[in-house]
Design a protein around this ligand. Structure first.
Ligand code: PS7
Ligand code: MN
Ligand code: MN
Ligand code: MN
Ligand code: MN
Ligand code: MN
Length: 351
């Protein structure tokens, strides 16, 4: 009878990799290339957080339902058979939650060290998301201070960096002490999240969500949504510079983190999103298109970057290149001119 329990095609695992490809083109590409000892763990980690983020992002779920779901999500991933059927029809990752029992089955197959890290990250992130979701019901401005901005980004991305760092260390592919790099791991997540928030100004505005902190945008406008009006173009570009300056502060930490990695597939997995992020940031800088459409890297440029990002020397070269793109676009009439010039100087020094 034991033969009956062996599924030669392992359908649930295949389904998880299908979900991965459906929910993120870019993460699917890098996760599928990771060393086999880590691949399934990272894939399931991704799908769990993607599922929870789909609930966070769904503005059709009332806060009375959303808050307990987010706070309990770390328990739900242990409940065999649990699915979520109440996502709004417009949620792009609705199907993942409809079949979430498949993700849970694969989660329960992971080794205990992996499950513990994933569950702990999910618990902290879910509670952070719930706090923030409650806040935004009361406060129409969204994120207020630069400190709040870092706290929110810690919950939704810094924790991912810290959790992944734990997986790398416990897998034995990186040094067992590699998980001591908590601050650097946080910076890896913060940089990706802040670039995402910068680039997504328009889509987030259309969804009625505000992630740019008031402490920054209030220097340029009374209403973040009005920055997209053509008559506010100068203020919009200066505000964009301010938010990009904030993101650039994390770059030296990210380079240091990547310089400490040893295993090739882990390096590629970490470096490719970072390189895409600095390229995206350089395109957004002083570019009014951010307020008119979704700014994207050109396909050919991403392909070249992926092929080049094989070691820290190449990655530092790429960062230096995009850093210079920013320096060349920096405008002395921009109130952030001097600070940007200094942040870029720091990056140039690291490289
Ligand atoms: C477990 C790989 C590598 C040390 C779903 C990867 C959404 C930017 O919402 O989908 O479409 O605008 O474009 C990823 C550090 C987290 C941070 C965060 C889990 C890097 C739920 C990624 C990803 C740490 C909250 C995707 C942070 O952006 O956003 C795994 C090292 C998920 C990483 C969200 C954002 C990720 C994000 P959207 P995207
Ligand atoms: Mn996305
Ligand atoms: Mn979200
Ligand atoms: Mn999201
Ligand atoms: Mn350790
Ligand atoms: Mn976004």
């Amino acid at each position: 009878t034991h033969l009956l329990q062996i599924d030669p095609e392992n359908k649930p695992k295949k389904r998880c990799y299908e979900f991965l490809r459906q929910t993120s083109r870019s993460f699917a590409a890098v996760i599928q290339e990771v060393h086999e000892d880590l691949r399934d763990g990272i894939c399931i980690f991704y799908l769990i957080l993607r599922g929870m983020d789909t609930i966070e992002d769904d503005m059709t779920i009332p806060i009375e339902k959303k808050e307990p779901l987010l706070r309990n999500f770390h328990n739900l991933i242990f409940k065999k058979g649990w699915t979520y059927t109440e996502s709004g029809p417009n949620e792009k990752d609705r199907q993942l939650l409809l079949e979430f029992d498949v993700v849970i089955d694969e989660f329960l197959c992971l080794k205990k060290e992996f499950r513990d890290i994933i569950a702990d990250t999910t618990k902290k992130m879910g509670n952070g998301m719930a706090d923030y979701a409650k806040d935004t019901v009361r406060n129409k401005y969204g994120i207020m201070t630069i400190k709040d901005f870092d706290t929110y980004c810690y919950y939704v991305a810094g924790l991912v960096g810290i959790g992944l760092t734990g997986l790398f260390a416990t897998s034995g592919l990186e040094d067992p002490e590699f998980d001591n790099n908590i601050e650097l791991a946080n910076s890896m997540g913060l940089f990706l999240q802040k670039v995402n928030i910068t680039r997504d100004y328009l889509v987030d505005d259309q969804d009625g969500r505000k992630f740019w902190p008031k402490e920054i945008w209030s220097k340029y406008t009374n209403d973040l949504s009005e920055l997209k009006k053509p008559e506010n173009a100068t203020n919009a570009l200066n505000c964009l510079s301010d938010i990009i300056l904030n993101a650039l502060q994390h770059v030296p930490d990210c380079l240091t983190y990547m310089s400490r990695l040893k295993e090739q597939t882990v390096f590629n997995f970490c470096a490719i999103p970072q390189v895409m992020a600095i390229a995206t940031l350089s395109i957004c800088f002083r570019n009014h298109d951010v307020f008119k459409k979704v700014v994207k890297l050109r396909r050919g440029e991403s392909v070249k970057l992926i092929l080049r990002s094989k070691n820290i020397y190449e990655v530092a070269d790429i960062f230096r290149y995009y850093n210079r793109v920013i320096i060349n676009k920096n405008d002395p009439r921009d109130p952030n001119y001097l600070k940007i010039s200094m942040a870029c100087g720091q990056i140039e020094q690291w490289c």
